[in-house]
Design a protein around this ligand. Structure first.
Ligand code: MG
Length: 383
C-alpha cells in the first residue's frame, strides 16, 4: 500500500507590477500555496491552493497532515470523507476522546475546505503517478486540446474607460476565441461604454463574458443585463451580491436571456446543487483549488451534466484542464489569464507553460497533473 508519509506547504507571494482592481477587491500582490505530499514509497504529489489568509490555510494543512500520516494515499474519496467529517459534530466529538480534533469551528470553514482541497489535489497527482497516467485519463477523458478563454479588463486607477477594449482585442490577436471582461466596478452607464468599446474592438465572432464579482443588487442587475443584451454577452458571472441566494438568481435568470455563471466562491457541492436546481445558473465555475479539490469537483461535474449545465472551472488551468478533458460534452473550457500581470505566480509555477493555439490549450500528457513544479521558482517567491 502507498501510504501518506509527509505533507508540506509552500506559501508564495509576489508584489504585482501595478495595483489591479476588480469591482470587489484591490490586488497588490499575488498569492499561492503549493502543497507537497510525499508517500512512504517515494511518490511526490503537488497541488495549488488559491486561498487566504495563507498562514491559516497552511496551519490547517499541517494539522490534517498529522491525522493523515500512514493512511492509504490512493484512497482519495476515503481521505476526503475523513477530513470533511471533522467539520460537523459527531457523538462525543466535543470531548475529542477518539483522538480526533473536536468539530471544527464555523468561522474556519473556508480555510478548512481550502486545506482539504489542496491535500485532495496532491493525492490525485499521486494517484496518477502511481498508475503512470495523467489525471484526465484516470477520469476517463481524452488527451485532445481543450478550449480556453482569456480573462482581463481589471481596473487600473487613472486608465481611460476603453483601455479594456484594447487589452481584450490583444488577446483575440493572440489567438483566443473567447474573452472575459471584469465589470461592475463603475456606474452602469460607464460599464455599458466599456462593454460597447470591447465588443467593437473584438468583433462580432468572439465570445464575450462579463465577470461582475458580485457587484449588483437584483434590481440593478436586471437593469444592467437589459442594457448589455445588445452586445451578445455569453454569460454574466457572479452577477449578484454575496448574500443573495439561488432564489434571487432564479429571478435574474428569468429576467434576461443571457446565461448566468456562478460557483467560484462555493465551498461544497451542496450549495452548487441549489444554484443549479433552483437558481437557474447555466455555467458552474467551482474552483477545486479554493475548496474541495478534485474529488468534490468531479461530483459537481456529474451533477452539472445531469442538469444540462456546463462546467467552466475558475482559473488553475494546469489542474482544471484534467476535469474539463474528462467532461467534454458538459464542459465549456478552462480559464486562463490573458497576461502574467495579475497571476505572475501561476504563470511561472510549472517547468512548462500550457501552450494555447486557436483558443485551445494542449493538456499535459505526463502522469498526474503532467506539469512539474519548478522548485527554484518556489524557492525564489516563498512568502
Ligand atoms: Mg470570476
Amino acid at each position: 500500500m502507498t501510504r501518506i508519509a509527509e505533507i508540506r506547504t509552500h506559501p508564495l507571494s509576489v508584489p504585482l507590477a501595478e495595483t489591479l482592481y476588480t469591482a470587489h477587491e484591490c490586488h497588490q500582490k499575488a498569492h499561492l500555496i503549493v502543497v507537497e505530499v510525499r508517500t512512504d514509497d517515494g511518490l511526490v504529489g503537488t497541488a495549488e491552493i488559491h486561498a487566504t489568509p495563507m498562514p491559516a490555510v497552511c496551519d490547517w494543512v499541517g494539522r490534517f497532515a498529522e491525522l493523515l500520516k500512514g493512511r492509504d494515499a490512493l484512497a482519495t474519496t476515503d481521505n476526503w470523507e475523513f477530513l470533511f467529517s471533522l467539520t460537523s459534530p459527531r457523538p462525543g466529538g466535543m470531548f475529542a476522546k477518539d483522538g480526533l480534533p473536536a468539530p471544527l469551528g464555523r468561522s474556519s470553514r473556508a480555510n478548512v475546505m481550502a486545506a482539504i482541497g489542496g491535500i485532495d489535489l496532491a493525492l490525485w497527482d499521486i494517484r496518477g503517478k502511481a498508475a503512470g497516467l495523467p489525471v484526465w485519463r484516470l477520469l476517463g477523458g481524452s488527451g485532445a486540446p481543450v478550449r480556453s478563454y482569456a480573462t482581463g479588463g481589471f481596473y487600473r486607477e487613472g486608465a481611460p474607460l476603453d483601455a479594456c477594449a484594447h487589452e481584450l482585442a490583444g488577446y483575440v490577436e493572440a489567438g483566443y476565441r473567447a474573452v472575459k471582461l471584469k465589470t461592475g466596478g463603475l456606474t452602469i452607464a460607464e460599464e455599458v461604454e466599456r462593454i460597447r468599446a470591447t465588443r467593437a474592438a473584438i468583433g462580432p465572432d468572439v465570445l464575450l463574458m462579463l465577470d461582475m464579482n458580485a457587484a449588483f443588487s437584483l434590481d440593478d442587475c436586471i437593469r444592467f443585463a437589459h442594457e448589455v443584451e445588445p452586445f451578445d454577452i455569453f454569460w454574466l458571472e457572479e452577477p449578484l451580491h454575496w448574500h443573495l441566494s439561488p432564489t434571487d438568481f432564479a429571478v435574474l435568470a428569468r429576467s434576461t436571456h443571457i446565461p448566468i455563471g456562478h460557483g467560484e466562491r462555493e465551498l461544497t457541492r451542496h450549495t452548487v446543487r441549489d444554484f443549479i436546481e433552483q437558481g437557474g445558473i447555466r455555467y458552474v465555475q467551482f474552483d477545486a483549488t479554493r475548496a474541495g479539490g478534485m474529488t468534490e469537483a468531479v461530483r459537481i461535474a456529474h451533477l452539472a451534466e445531469q442538469h444540462g449545465v456546463s462546467i467552466a472551472p475558475h482559473l488553475a488551468p494546469e489542474i482544471h484542464s484534467h476535469l474539463v478533458a474528462a467532461f467534454r460534452t458538459a464542459a465549456f473550457g478552462v480559464e486562463t489569464m490573458g497576461g502574467s500581470d495579475r497571476n505572475p505566480l501561476s504563470y511561472g509555477l510549472y517547468q512548462e507553460r500550457m501552450q494555447m493555439r486557436d483558443g485551445m490549450v494542449e493538456i499535459p500528457q505526463g502522469p498526474g497533473w503532467g506539469s512539474e513544479v519548478d522548485w527554484d521558482f518556489v524557492g525564489k517567491h516563498r512568502a
